[in-house]
Design a protein around this ligand. Structure first.
Ligand code: COA
Length: 385
C-alpha cells in the first residue's frame, strides 16, 4: 500500500521581547520609514537571556506534539533546521530529543540556512514514504539575534528569533508532501555568511576583534538571487507534483523581505493574497519563518483541507528550494487517555534522563581512573628509575 507523509501537528514559539523599528532608530543610523518601505518589517522578537535556539525549538515541539495523540517516545526522527544552533555540536536536535523525552528517536541538525525547513521536511517525508520510519518531528529554530552585529544597519534591522515545529506521520490517505526541489550554489557562499567559529577560523581574540563571528551579507546580490529563484523553484515543484500554478491555493514564502515576495508573485503572475505574509511582525527568522507562517495560516483559517500549498525559500549557501503539499487535514484525535499517557511518559522520560546522568557520573567515579589500561609492575619500575 502506498505511504504518504502528512503533517498532523504544528506549533510555534517566539520570545516575549519585541524589538520595534523605533527602538532600532536609537541603536543605528536608520528610520522606521526606511525599514518599513525597504523590507516590510515593523517588529521582530528577540530572545531573552534564558532563551536559546534549543529552548524555543523545544517549546514549539511540545506544542506540535500536544496537537496529536502521539507521545514523544513514538517519534523515530527529529530534525532541527537551524543556522544558529545551540552549539557547534552536539546537535540542537539531541537537546530537544532529551527535553521532550523522545528516547527512541534519531536526532540531527540540518544546515541549509533559511531553506533548512524545506530541506528537513523533505528529508523526513522521504524517510516516511520509503517505509523506514513512522513519525518525525521537523523543527525550524533560530536565535539569529545572537549572530547579528548590532552596529551594522545593513543586517541588524532584518533578523528575528523564533521556532516552528511540525509532526509528520505516515498515512495511507493520499496527499501530504507531494514534491520538492532542493538546490544549492556554493559559488555564492560569500554573499551571506558568518566567517569564524568553525574550523577555518576558530575563535581567537583576532576573529572577535575583526567581528568575524557576526552575519555579513551582500544585500543587493542576495536580493537579486532571491527574486530569480523564488518563482523558478515554485514552478518546478508544482510541475513535479503534476499540478498547475492555478491549482495552488496558498504559498508560504520565506519571510526575508516583503519586496522579494511581491516580486515572486509578479513573476508567477499570482495575486499577492495567495501568499502568507507575516514579515511585518517577525522579521526574517530564517529556517523558522515558514513553519511560523504555517502555524499562523492554520490558526487564521487561511489553509484548509483540500488546499494545495507551496513552501518556497532561499538563503545562505546559497541554497533554495520549494515543496508542494496537499493539505488533507489528517487528524489524530487526542483522547483524554492519550493526553494522560503522554504526560506520564514525559515524566518517565525526564526521570530516565536524570537517572542516566547520575549513573554516568557514578560510573565515572568508580571506573574513571581505570579508563586507561593498567600499567604493569614492570612499567611502574621503569618510570621510577
Ligand atoms: N537604514 C537606513 N539605510 C540603510 C539601512 C538601514 N537599516 N541599511 C542599508 N541602508 C542604506 C545603504 O547603506 C545604502 O546606502 P548608500 O546608497 O548610501 O550606500 C542604501 O540604504 C540602499 O542600499 P541598498 O542595498 O540598495 O538597499 P536595498 O533597497 O537593496 O535594501 C536590503 C537593502 C538589505 C533590505 C535588501 O537588499 C534585501 O532585503 N536583500 C536581501 C537580504 C536578505 O533577504 N537576506 C537574508 C536572506 S535569507
Amino acid at each position: 500500500m502506498a505511504r504518504y507523509a502528512h503533517i498532523i501537528g504544528w506549533g510555534m514559539a517566539v520570545p516575549e521581547r519585541v524589538l520595534t523599528n523605533q527602538e532600532l532608530e536609537g541603536m543605528v543610523d536608520t528610520s522606521d520609514e526606511w525599514i518599513t518601505t525597504r523590507t516590510g518589517i515593523r517588529t521582530r522578537h528577540i530572545a531573552g537571556e534564558r532563551e536559546s535556539t534549543a529552548s524555543l525549538a523545544t517549546e514549539a515541539a511540545r506544542r506540535a506534539l500536544r496537537m496529536t495523540a502521539l507521545s514523544a517516545i513514538e517519534l523515530d526522527l527529529i530534525i532541527v533546521a537551524t543556522a544558529s544552533p545551540e552549539h557547534l555540536f552536539p546537535a540542537t536536535a539531541c537537546l530537544v530529543q532529551d527535553a521532550i523525552g523522545a528516547a527512541r528517536a534519531g536526532a540531527f541538525d540540518l544546515s541549509a540556512a533559511c531553506t533548512g525547513f524545506i530541506y528537513a521536511l523533505n528529508m523526513a517525508a522521504q524517510a516516511i514514504r520509503s517505509g523506514s520510519i513512522q513519525h518525525a518531528l521537523v523543527i525550524g529554530a533560530e536565535t539569529l539575534s545572537r549572530l547579528v552585529d548590532w552596529k551594522d544597519r545593513n543586517t541588524c534591522v532584518l533578523f528575528g528569533d523564533g521556532a516552528g515545529a511540525v509532526v509528520l506521520s505516515a498515512s495511507d490517505v493520499p496527499g501530504g508532501v507531494l514534491s520538492c526541489v532542493m538546490r544549492s550554489d556554493g559559488s555564492g557562499a560569500n554573499l551571506l555568511y558568518v566567517a569564524a567559529g568553525g574550523s577555518r577560523y576558530p575563535a581567537s581574540p583576532e576573529t572577535v576583534e575583526k567581528g568575524m563571528h557576526t552575519i555579513r551579507m551582500n544585500g543587493r546580490e542576495v536580493f537579486r538571487f532571491a527574486t530569480r529563484v523564488m518563482a523558478s523553484s515554485t514552478r518546478e515543484a508544482v510541475s513535479l507534483a503534476g499540478l498547475q500554478l492555478e491549482d495552488i491555493e496558498v504559498i508560504i514564502p520565506h519571510q526575508a523581505n516583503r519586496r522579494i515576495i511581491e516580486s515572486a508573485a509578479r513573476g508567477l503572475k499570482l495575486p499577492l493574497d495567495r501568499f502568507l505574509i507575516n514579515i511585518d511582525r517577525y522579521g526574517n527568522t530564517s529556517s523558522a519563518s515558514i513553519p511560523i507562517a504555517l502555524c499562523e495560516g492554520l490558526a487564521d483559517g487561511r489553509i484548509n483541507p483540500g488546499d494545495h500549498v507551496v513552501m518556497v525559500a532561499f538563503g545562505g549557501g546559497l541554497t533554495w528550494g520549494a515543496l508542494t503539499m496537499e493539505w488533507v487535514g489528517v487528524e489524530m484525535p487526542v483522547t483524554p487517555r492519550a493526553r494522560w499517557r503522554r504526560r506520564f511518559l514525559r515524566r518517565l522520560a525526564r526521570l530516565r534522563s536524570f537517572l542516566v546522568r547520575i549513573l554516568r557520573k557514578l560510573e565515572g567515579l568508580l571506573w574513571g581512573a581505570r579508563s586507561h589500561p593498567r600499567s604493569s609492575a614492570k612499567d611502574r619500575r621503569r618510570r621510577h628509575e
